[in-house]
Design a protein around this ligand. Structure first.
Ligand code: 5AD
Ligand code: SF4
Ligand code: FES
Length: 363
């Protein structure tokens, strides 16, 4: 075997140094990495892309993450919250469009009304057409009891990005206080795994102060936690956040995009059967960003179903893609874009992580 070729058996167990070497690849070497990851994905998971209709049902947040436009300290945000009826009509729309699954996302809240409301909404969504919709939650850090209540109500996937698996970097992008505890976040991921969720995590790529060591460490962290899903996307500086003052320290848009693609590709080699999201943030910094992510090994897309009038208020970062497009437009657009790169949407299916399903049938 030539040294530039990548052996997929060895790549499932790479060391930090080996991962760093792949993440540093450029030009033809990078292209060969991306090709290899695509081959592995097609072999393991075929050319299907799974959709999760994204419902951003509220933007009130108790937290103050230093990078995010929805942070509590950002007084410029107009806060909104969809009514139950609005959330349920989004879910029905997802079903009508054949999406198979919805993802409920909001700013972080942990008051009893919020917890009870989510439990109720999950039960209601589960009543649509005999429970045909899969439900992913992305509602931040909660107690194990809350995670259990929502799981028992019918949610079966949960996304909680670790944002950075390196504690020092974590505290450069979050305030160092009880509400933003690194060890608590890890504890939440452990609770989610223990509860039985298909658990997803992820990081932002191209953060100020982030090094190749951090990024390679993130990939090893995903592997060690044995998660079922990963979402990786480029960091996009938001002018109304404290981290913005370091924007000159981050790599350019192309470098952040390329590094995101290499992270996806290397992870696909390390964890061939997990679900990986082609994040919307990719589309923000590159018009072909999501397609590139799919070609680098991702297999999930989360089209936005939030009603048009609220979308601009879910202002996590600037220039979010599809903010002005209707669900119908996105669906047609995705069909065409994915067909153009030899992929197809698997409609009317939950699209569970094969890594998770197999692990649980072996138990
Ligand atoms: N750029 C890119 N992604 C961001 N997120 C929050 N702020 C930004 C930003 N400025 C991501 C975080 C969070 C998810 C909801 O959005 O990773 O988990
Ligand atoms: Fe809130 Fe999430 Fe934004 Fe942090 S990243 S401020 S928890 S919405
Ligand atoms: Fe939304 Fe293309 S996916 S307009």
């Amino acid at each position: 075997m030539y040294s530039t070729e990548i052996c997929y058996i060895c790549t499932m167990d790479m060391t930090l140094e080996e991962i760093k070497a792949l993440l540093a690849a450029e030009g033809e070497e990078m292209e060969s990495l991306l090709r290899r990851a695509l081959e592995v994905k097609l072999r393991e998971l075929d050319n299907y892309v799974h959709l999760r209709g994204l419902i951003e049902f509220g933007n009130t947040c108790e937290k103050n993450c230093l990078y995010c436009g929805l942070r509590r300290g950002n007084a410029k945000v107009e806060r909104y919250c969809l009514t139950d009826d609005e959330v349920l009509s989004c879910a029905r729309l997802a079903h009508e469009l054949g999406y198979g699954s919805v993802a409920l996302q909001s700013g972080e809240r942990s008051d009893p009304e919020f917890i009870a409301r989510i439990e109720r909404l999950v039960r209601e969504i589960k009543k649509i057409d005999g429970g045909c919709l899969g439900i992913t939650l992305s509602l931040g850090e909660q107690t194990e009891d809350t995670y259990r209540r929502w799981f028992d109500a019918g949610a079966h996937r949960y996304l909680l990005r670790i944002e950075s698996s390196n504690e020092e970097l974590y505290y450069k992008i979050h305030p160092r206080d009880a509400k933003h505890s690194f060890s608590q976040r890890i504890g939440c991921l452990e609770s989610l795994l223990k509860t039985g969720y298909q658990t997803g995590t992820g990081v932002m790529v191209g953060l100020p102060f982030q090094t190749l060591d951090h990024l390679a460490g993130d990939l090893l962290f995903f592997k060690k936690m044995d998660v079922a899903m990963v979402g990786l996307g480029p960091y996009i500086p938001h002018p109304d956040t404290p981290l913005y003052r370091f924007k000159d320290l981050i790599p350019g848009a192309k470098e952040r995009m390329d590094m995101t693609l290499k992270m996806i590709a290397v992870l696909r080699l390390m964890m061939p059967r997990i679900n990986m999201v082609a994040a919307t943030a990719n589309q923000t910094i590159d018009p072909q960003g999501r397609e590139k992510a799919i070609r680098a090994g991702a297999n999930v897309i989360m089209p936005n179903l939030t009603p048009g009038e609220y979308r601009e208020s879910y202002f996590i970062y600037p220039d979010k893609a599809c903010v002005k497009d209707t669900p119908d437009q996105c669906q047609t657009c995705l069909d065409i874009r994915l067909a153009a790169i030899g992929h197809r949407i698997l409609y009317n299916a939950w699209g569970d992580s094969l890594a998770f399903t197999q692990k649980n049938t072996r138990k």
